[in-house]
Design a binder for this molecule. Structure first.
Ligand code: SF4
Length: 95
């Protein structure tokens, strides 16, 4: 029988997804347009400034340890060149 209460990990993952979509939708100015989250992610990336991107890590948190990282130097959700040792507010640790 499945658990009735979501695990803390599942709840955190959903929260990150919602926050990521909110940041992307807000940056793209498309809130209320009826576009699906997948369409937003495929259509645009958020500006580095919007998510406080920096080319240095935040402690042990760095882009090449994030689920959005794409080697050698890009990100699925943030535009521009992304350093493997960078970090931004959308950071989501790989499982
Ligand atoms: S920390 Fe930010 S910029 Fe770096 S890979 Fe993750 S989402 Fe992209």
């Amino acid at each position: 029988m499945p658990a009735l209460v979501p695990s803390p990990t599942a709840a955190l993952s959903r929260r990150r997804s919602v926050l990521t979509f909110a940041a992307l939708a807000g940056a793209a100015g498309i809130v209320g347009t009826g576009l699906a989250p997948g369409a937003v992610a495929a259509a645009t990336k958020v500006a580095q400034k919007t998510v406080a991107y920096r080319s240095s890590p935040n402690g042990k948190l760095r882009c090449d340890l994030c689920t959005q990282w794409q080697a050698p130097a890009s990100c699925k959700v943030v535009e521009g060149t992304i350093s493997p040792s960078g970090w931004c507010s959308l950071y989501a640790a790989k499982a």
